[in-house]
Design a protein around this ligand. Sequence first.
Ligand code: DGL
Ligand code: CA
Length: 268
Amino acid sequence: MQQAIAILDSGVGGLTVAKEVMRQLPREKVIYFGDTARTPYGPRSSEEVKQFTEQIVDFLIQFDPKVIVIACNTATAAALDHISQKVDIPVIGVIHPGARAAITATKTGNIGVIGTIGTINSGAYTAALKQLSPYINVMSQACPALVPLVEQGDFRSEHTRSTVSESLNGMKDKPIDTLILGCTHYPFLMEPIGQVMGPHVKLISSADETARETSTILYDKGKLAIGDETPVHQFFCSGDPVMFQSIARSWLGEQIRNTPVVWHVSKL
Ligand code: DGL
Ligand code: CA
């Protein structure tokens, strides 16, 4: 049996990473878990997010994955180190890949970061950027109103556009040339965010670079999938599977064939 890449998030946000993993590594099978019953993680304490992440990893590890991708910035900030110590397969977060991609993109060294309250308060992006380059100026802003819009599947309505615009009030006049979408839900809102920030600001999602890191690690370990069979991915969520499937369909298209299976978090 082919070992899978396990990907987790507080909800549908990690699908932005899953899509890129499926694109860059089309032979690999993905097992995805979205904790839609307990989303959003952003306003929760880091201790609670760590416990939830650990619970989900215990669930996913039963499938014997070859790597775990924590496709959630909030969970990466709260739990990456802990989970890496706990399991003996590679664990990949989204913050360092996002920071690397932003440093590649910036010309001025002035980088904005938007994310959940948990991610921004953790200071994890500032630390990751400064670890790579001490010359970077970082401007951060929490945008707690955005994740609920995405979980409701509302990416383009007038309400969404005005909420995005209000959420970016503190960021849109900052002298940045690069903006890190420091929450994996935000690429769903790429278009309204781009409209507010304007064409001179590059929007960076962690997805490409996280998928590249996954690819590199599997290559280094000799664990890349072989063979020509098209993998059948598996999806789990803890909340409403109809809403999850509809959002996943709109984002992944053909890659989601089966109805997602509900795992009640109490069962995890
Ligand atoms: N998608 C997650 C992130 O990247 C978390 C969103 C949330 O649940 O608040 O931070
Ligand atoms: Ca480990």
